[in-house]
Design a protein around this ligand. Structure first.
Ligand code: SF4
Length: 82
């Protein structure tokens, strides 16, 4: 009898960097609502700024959510895998 053997691996990000494409940002503020520890609205211009370009893993899900809810697709996430 042949018994199959396989391994399931889950790739996990080990690093996450976030930035905002300021040519796209239209100041909706959804990113701040989703991740207020990472983004805030600028006092000067009606755009968002990044407070934490390399947030800790505890904030990654809120950063990904911010990218999903940004109507302008202005949030750029760079994740490095293990
Ligand atoms: S949600 Fe997108 S468009 Fe709105 S402020 Fe944030 S980055 Fe800018």
């Amino acid at each position: 009898m042949v018994v199959g053997c396989f391994r399931i691996t889950t790739r996990k990000a080990r690093e996450l960097r976030v930035s905002i494409d300021l040519t796209r940002c239209a100041g909706y503020g959804n990113c701040v609502d989703a991740a207020e520890a990472v983004f805030e609205m600028s006092d000067v211009d009606d755009i968002a700024v990044v407070l934490l370009a390399e947030p800790g893993p505890d904030l990654w899900e809120s950063v990904r959510k911010a990218a999903r809810v940004c109507p302008a697709n202005a949030i750029v996430i760079d994740e490095a895998d293990e």
